[in-house]
Ligand binder design. Structure first.
Ligand SMILES: *[C@@H]1O[C@H](CO)[C@@H](O)[C@H](O)[C@H]1NC(C)=O
Length: 219
């Protein structure tokens, strides 16, 4: 009997993981109440009687964002942190602006799959699988769509002659971003040199040089 229960629990857990990214809905909506100090997995719901259309509305993705930084790119998110109506809905989006040669550097979203539509320009994009690392890459032109599966490291580089603009949807209200270079070389406090020397198979001088760079994050 106990083993049947165990198998049942394992199957339920497995199917939950297969179907859901963020938790599923138990009511029409649960607009985030950013005034509460209660910590839950997600954000506490605002009283539905006080919810209005503006809780589901965001404006301002029509114009280019400033890409004057070391990477030449800018990611502008619309997620539960600035569109409270997204709370518990399991979805969000970003606008990504690229200057010429601009790069959205290798990064991963720990909680979301991403589907990107290129609105303007030409991008070299790709993601790498879990070990053994295999690269899937593609050149995108205007109107092309590419998927970056949940948790995998991916990037986008502008290889066109003009600025590029993309809109990407993400399967979480709060996808999170881990930028590889920043995480490994720019953490606070820093990871000890001997860890990085061994990991990258380089000497201390190279590690110190890399750590001394200004790790910028366009996300
Ligand atoms: C809650 O969100 C509103 C609207 O974006 C903002 O004006 C306010 O400062 C936020 N309050 C807190 C405590 O974050």
């Amino acid at each position: 009997m106990a083993s049947y229960v165990f198998v049942f629990v394992v199957l339920v857990l497995a199917s939950t993981k297969a179907f859901a990214s963020d938790p599923s809905q138990l009511q029409d909506f649960c607009v985030a109440d950013n005034t509460t100090k209660v910590f839950v997995n997600g954000v506490v719901c605002k009283n539905p009687a006080h919810v209005n259309a503006d809780d589901f509305f965001f404006s301002g993705l029509d114009k280019p964002f400033d890409t004057k930084n070391a990477l030449g790119s800018k990611v502008t998110p619309v997620n539960v942190n600035n569109l409270f109506g997204l709370n518990t809905l399991g979805i969000s989006l970003v606008r990504v602006d690229f200057a010429r040669h601009g790069l959205n550097p290798p990064h991963t979203h720990p909680r979301a799959t991403e589907v990107l539509t290129l609105l303007q320009g030409k991008l070299y994009v790709g993601f790498v699988t879990s070990n053994p690392p295999k690269l899937f890459s593609k050149i995108l032109n205007k109107g092309d769509v590419f998927v970056f599966p949940e948790g995998l490291i991916h990037f986008q580089l502008n290889i066109g002659r003009e600025n590029a603009v993309a809109i990407a949807a993400l399967s979480s209200q709060n996808p999170g971003v881990i930028t590889v270079a920043d995480a490994v070389l720019g953490s606070s406090p820093a990871i000890k040199d001997n860890v990085l020397e061994k990991a990258f198979q380089v000497d201390k001088k190279v590690v110190d040089y890399l750590k001394s760079q200004f790790w910028t994050d366009s996300n």
